[in-house]
Design a protein around this ligand. Sequence first.
Ligand code: GLA
Ligand code: ZN
Length: 666
Amino acid sequence: MAVFKEMLYGGDYNPEQWPKEIWLEDMQIFNDAKMNSATINVFAWALLQPDESTYDFTMLDDIVEMLVENNYQIVMGTSTAALPAWMSHRYPDVNRTDFYGIPHKFGHRHNACPNSPTFRKYSARLANKIAERYGHLENLVCWHISNEYSGECYCDNCAKAFRIWLKKKYDTIEAINQAWNTNFWSHTFYSLEEIVPPNYLGDGIPNGKASFAGLSLDYSRFNSQSIMQNFIDEREAIREFDPKTPVTANLMGAYKPLNYFEFAKEMDIVSWDAYPSFDTPFSYSSMMHDLMRGLKDGQSFMLMEQTPNQQNWQPFNSLKRPGQMRQMSYHAVAHGADTVQFFQLRQSVGAGEKFHSAVIGHVGNKETRVLREVTQLGNELQKLGGALLDARTPAKIGLIFDWDNYWALEYAIGPNVELKYVDQIHHYYKEIYKRNIPIDLIAIDSDFSQYDVILAPCLYLLNDKTAQKIENYTKDGGIFVTSTMSGLVDENDNIHLGGYPGPLKEVAGIWVEEFDAMPMSKKIPVHFTDTMGHGTLLCDIIHLEGAQAIATYGEGEFYQGMPVITSHSYGKGQAYYVGTMLDDQGMETLFNQILEATTLTSLYLPEGIEVTERCNDNGRFKFILNHLGKEQQLSIDIVGQDLLTDENVSNDLTVAPYGVKIIKLA
Ligand code: GLA
Ligand code: ZN
């Protein structure tokens, strides 16, 4: 069921930073732009609570009253993402200690220690008071808890809480020693008190590596859960007065420190902030949207923030070209967004974000390109109404994204510094993307049986339960594709002994003896039956144990002639193992072969054109997006009506620069 009754159109609105005369101008401008929603109270803790015992809602009351009068759907922040100065001074336990062991003073935002008793008490109390006051409002459509939860803390309170977490997980110190293999470098612990968080002063290494990956991995899990607990604290405090309005926290794509699959289970709807830079590949932006949709098994998400024009925090803050903001908004919708929201509605006069664009710029009037484009989009979204709400993406390919793997793979010292988890996932994603075949980003514990193909590159960390699930999936007829750096370690980051890829050996029908590593600038030829490509980064030395080689290494290295890509019939299914990082040509040959056994068809379109599909009870909708600022022609097998223009569309199309078509199929 759809969470909202129409698409929300609005964004972060900070009237508390402005005199009241300005508020009325704002309303006029937003109404004319057909906005129907505002996200308020995201950073106002210091105003709402001037001291320990006083709460002052006068200003927020006025803001809410104005929005209600103007019929806005309110997304209500809880304001707990930036501490008030008095709290930070009076109760230093709220301040974080960073990776270098430096205890922080008051300042910045996203700054609370997640295990501070003071922070936990006051953040929940504030959320509770806001819910008591506004939770009954009909205009309230969503709770936005905190803001962009992020970072880590290494303070003494966190250390204490970590020891309790460890005790609960392992029970005995012997079990911890075993899990982390502590006889290495004389780390054997005799009591929990001896264990310290793995920061720079301990076992952490500044480049993101870890000398005890088992320990660092547990700390990542612990930190992620601690922050998630802050969210739960506030959600529960809200629920005391408001049992039903959906609750979210705005996420940040493939943000490393927080396990979003775990986090999303605690939310009613996922929301996220999309800030691609001028050179982010379109396939990467698509992948981030798909990841956000995947967090709750394909449920629609909120595009909580995007900038109407330029950002200010990138190295190069390019303007969005005419039409590009609109196109990027629909890009999110094409991948599952049910809202289009901006950061921010009025551009700040001072402090750190004064050069960040907004719907209303510093000129303060409506005579801007940005506002004209925002208004055009507002009119279109109003026309779309609820047609696309809760529409799903019919994907038959699932690509595993897993935070445990993300952390563990990158904590490992060796074999290759250029090995980056998200890049490897994207490498597979973009091969499917360029064929315009729908794909889901999925959790490792999701139901594989709904997919014809499961892609699991760099499935480095693998427990027996998941290995069993993969075997069953393949046996029952699934196509399973994995790669080098898979099946190597268990959940504690200890090697699965007995040959790589550990528990995947049987299903893959191979044994990997060694892996060579090289910079991506070095290429090793890969020979398929009729064509060739190249491999780089890692080259596995593979022995066949039931599988067939579908490609072998070419000249250049001592493993010339040995298998590099293998295929194994297993039960009713097929398992592929890709022993290197293939170039685009190699990927294309490989996936032509893999997809041949499915009913999925590739649709190659001109560079910069993307097609996606969403379906709901209202019908099937094809989105045609032009990511480039030039007109493009295409011929494509689609017949229907464009929801944006009411034009009938059949097969041959002209797509304007940054153009978008949303075609309801006949
Ligand atoms: C993030 C934050 C916002 C704002 C924007 C600027 O997404 O949530 O408060 O700082 O970045 O791009
Ligand atoms: Zn802390």
